[in-house]
Design a binder for this molecule. Structure first.
Ligand code: CP
Length: 289
């Protein structure tokens, strides 16, 4: 694999391989792998991040690579340097693999074209966030043994969510049945608007953040209709779980008691971000030789 720009473009064999390797690394616990020794991973996050950037950096370090953290606010972009000159500069300093997050769709692919280096999409606009989807698949396999046949409700601000953009492709590829739930203006096509109609049937209720920074606005009754409250969670079947990619709007799409409750896999999703990203970096490093 040269780069990972999206789930789109991956075959089911490749996706399955990345998830399987992520599961294997997660189950091994502490890693002594140094297959990336001598390589440098540069993280270029033009939008803020806690989970994705830190877990990529830790993943790279666990594989023996060095990391370079580019911080736009502290960079020469403040003197007018262009995006293209900036990424060419980071590559010239010595980043062998670039992890790129940007508010505009397609920028990671553009960085790959400009630099010729392997690029991983750390989230581009409302398009894709492929490593979040892979981390979530690792989490599901760890919990259920397989994704095949799971009934997964993705709830909330689907249209603004790059996580949903990747999950909507990855989960069916792995054999899950996905139902999108939310008010009509948050759904990419006409879908299920009644959360109460699906909450008792789902194996997974996957909540999405309302993305106000991307223009999402909610009606005053959003919480009443779409929040996963303690009462709604109590109607889920005994083995069903709750997921959210974070960061959460507590009290909007999810109640505190549910986020912190026994069904929540939210911190498992965060933890599995490291082995999932180790799997992606390992496969890219194999291509570098
Ligand atoms: N889920 C996710 O992408 O979180 P961060 O924005 O903190 O990286």
């Amino acid at each position: 694999m040269k780069s990972l720009l999206g789930i789109k473009g991956l075959g089911s064999d490749q996706l399955s391989d990345l998830i399987g390797l992520g599961v294997q690394i997660a189950q091994q616990g502490r890693s002594t792998d140094d297959s990336m020794r001598g390589l440098t991973v540069g993280t270029l996050f033009f939008e803020n991040s806690t989970r994705t950037r830190l877990s990529f950096e830790l993943a790279a370090q666990k594989l023996g690579a060095q990391t370079m953290t580019f911080v736009p606010e502290h960079s020469s972009m403040s003197k007018g340097e262009t995006l293209r000159d900036t990424v060419l500069t980071v590559a010239a300093i010595g980043a062998d693999i670039l992890i790129v997050r940007h508010r505009e769709e397609g920028v990671p692919g553009q960085v790959e074209e400009w630099t010729g280096r392997p690029v991983v999409n750390g989230g581009d606009g409302t398009n894709e966030h492929p490593t979040q989807a892979i981390a979530d698949c690792v989490t599901l396999v760890n919990r259920f043994g397989s994704i095949e046949g799971l009934n997964i409700a993705i709830v909330g601000d689907v249209v603004h969510s790059r996580v949903a953009g990747s999950l909507i492709q990855a989960l069916p590829m792995m054999g899950a049945e996905v139902t999108l739930v939310g008010p009509g203006e948050f759904l990419p096509q006409p879908g299920e608007t009644d959360l109460d109609a699906v909450v008792g049937k789902a194996d997974v209720v996957y909540l999405l953040r309302v993305q106000r920074e991307r223009g999402a606005d909610v009606d005053p009754d959003y919480t009443e209709r779409y929040q996963l409250t303690e009462a709604r969670a109590a109607r889920m079947h005994p083995e069903a779980v709750v997921m959210h990619p974070g960061p959460m709007n507590r009290g909007l799409e999810i109640a505190d008691q549910v986020a912190d409750g026994p069904r929540s896999l939210i911190l498992d999703q965060v933890a599995n971000g490291v082995p999932a990203r180790m799997a992606v970096l390992s496969r890219i490093a194999e291509g570098i030789g």
